[in-house]
Design a protein around this ligand. Structure first.
Ligand SMILES: *[C@@H]1O[C@H](CO)[C@@H](O)[C@H](O)[C@H]1NC(C)=O
Ligand SMILES: *[C@@H]1O[C@H](CO)[C@@H](O)[C@H](O)[C@H]1NC(C)=O
Ligand SMILES: *[C@@H]1O[C@H](CO)[C@@H](O)[C@H](O)[C@H]1NC(C)=O
Ligand SMILES: *[C@@H]1O[C@H](CO)[C@@H](O)[C@H](O)[C@H]1NC(C)=O
Length: 443
């Protein structure tokens, strides 16, 4: 509740430059999603992603009782989806990772004033509308602060609000919590100004998620989590508290253009599953897995392995910023064994790619692979095609793109590879996640 009352302090102004929106409830923002990084992830990256993830989960526990368990898997692999954002006056274009697993929106900032090279950095000194929050501002309470944060001096004019935001793999962004004007192309082609976007101006960003090769091409993160500072929560007030996206299917050539839609109504029938709340992790979108099937045969996995325990561990989150899918250990082993039993292809001689199960498909034109499906809370069936969980890890080698997590310290993640080719709609007011194989073409 404290979050909500604080978030109302973020005064949000919104208006159209060119035309008035007829009905805000039916209005939406349409932002094209791009995919910069090569697909599939290089085996070495997938491997390091796995080890990063493991250490990340340990780290997460330590943070558990802090006010903001600001953990995200902003990058557990190389495949990221990017959104373009125009920040400042005049607008500066930046590419941000669309991340449903974190809240803070931040950009790489530079204090450069003159003769600045303009690639991938926001220059606050080139913007007339940039303003850092004062540390005494109530908005400053919405972000985690660095440990060495000095006591806020009410009277000191230049005590800016410093933030430090950590991701689950240990990556950190540090800088000034600020606000700015941001500009979008609206669904009707008009320019939309959003005058008061709160974001992190990141001067000191380190770690693989925010500076390594998997961040390649990105200039920051657009936090789409459910917490009060997320981009979605800030704009949601104007757009009916829901957003949707379809992540492009890269096996289709040429890949269809897809969009991140904030607001807007679905145009086709969706299957729904409830969004669950974990009070200890207010950022994440949790869903519930009831049963797992392979080739329509129900696996013997106790439903209790998917639950969230009293310490807030476990559960399953939907994260657009994580590439691979992570499943809790007892379930993972059973699924792995079932695939091992059902796939009749020769094993790849190289099993060292960071995956537990790889097949040699060099002699197969169209290898037949078993179908994995999840029955979710509410009864709907999520049955993605095999290309969402088998990846071409090398020439003629297909690997099961699942990883395991320890149930006591981690949580399961439905990553973006598993989501591709589907439209997902996150509806905060109705507390549900909708999904459909349709809607991935132009909305
Ligand atoms: C706050 O800042 C003012 C002006 O710079 C200074 O005089 C005062 O000593 C500072 N107070 C504290 C508690 O640091
Ligand atoms: C809006 O769209 C036009 C044409 O599609 C493009 O040139 C322009 O950069 C876009 N502006 C913003 C702020 O996205
Ligand atoms: C960036 O943060 C690190 C701590 O991880 C610190 O050692 C370093 O001095 C900081 N750099 C700047 C320029 O503030
Ligand atoms: C796949 O099988 C072929 C023979 O059919 C073999 O030459 C090749 O080395 C195998 N590749 C791997 C990665 O196992």
């Amino acid at each position: 509740m404290a979050f909500i009352s604080k978030s109302s302090c973020l005064l949000i102004f919104f208006f159209l430059v060119a035309a008035a929106l007829p009905h805000l409830s039916s209005a939406y923002l349409k932002l094209p999603l791009l995919r910069k990084n090569p697909y599939p992830p290089a085996p070495s990256e997938a491997l390091s992603a796995d080890s990063r993830r493991v250490s990340a989960l340990h780290r997460r526990r330590r943070h558990f009782h802090t006010k903001f368990p600001v953990t995200s898997a902003a990058s557990s692999g190389s495949g990221q989806y990017l959104v373009s954002l125009h920040l400042g006056t005049p607008p500066q274009r930046l590419l941000l990772v669309a991340d449903t697993g974190s809240d803070l929106t931040w950009v790489t900032c530079s204090a450069c004033r003159r003769h600045c090279s303009s690639r991938g950095t926001f220059f606050p000194r080139h913007s007339t509308s940039f303003s850092p929050y004062h540390c005494f501002d109530s908005s400053c309470n919405l972000v985690p602060h660095p440990r060495e944060h000095v006591q806020c001096n009410h009277t000191h004019l230049h005590s800016t609000c410093r933030y430090e935001y950590a991701y689950s793999d240990g990556s950190v962004t540090r800088g000034f919590f600020s606000h700015e004007t941001t500009t979008f192309n609206s669904s009707s082609g008009d320019l939309v100004l959003f005058q008061h976007l709160s974001f992190g101006c990141g001067y000191n960003n380190s770690g693989p998620s925010v500076s390594g090769p998997s961040f390649n091409g990105a200039n920051g993160v657009m936090g789409m989590g459910r917490g009060p500072i997320s981009f979605f929560s800030q704009l949601g007030q104007e757009f009916g508290h829901k957003f949707s996206y379809c992540l492009m299917d890269y096996t289709i050539s040429p890949p269809p253009t897809s969009y991140l839609l904030i607001g807007g109504a679905e145009r086709y029938k969706l299957s729904y599953t409830p969004l669950l709340i974990n009070p200890l992790s207010p950022t994440f979108y949790y869903i519930g897995i009831q049963t797992v099937f392979i080739n329509n045969v129900k696996l013997r996995i106790s439903s209790s392995v998917w639950g969230i325990d009293e310490l807030g561990n476990g559960g399953t989150v939907v994260d657009s910023g994580t590439t691979l899918t992570f499943l809790t250990e007892p379930a993972y082993r059973i699924i792995l064994a079932a695939f091992d039993r059902l796939v009749k292809l020769p094993k790849s001689v190289e099993q060292t790619l960071g995956f537990d199960l790889c097949f040699n498909v060099s002699n197969e034109l169209r290898p037949s692979l078993p179908r994995l499906s999840f029955k979710l809370f509410g009864g709907s069936l999520f049955a993605p095609p095999p290309r969402n969980y088998f990846i071409d890890a090398a020439d003629g080698v297909k690997c099961l793109a699942l990883q395991s997590v320890a149930p006591s310290s981690g949580f399961s993640v439905i990553g973006n590879l598993m989501q591709q080719g589907y439209t997902f709609e996150f509806d905060k007011d109705r507390m549900r996640l909708g999904y459909s194989r349709r809607g991935c073409a132009v909305p």
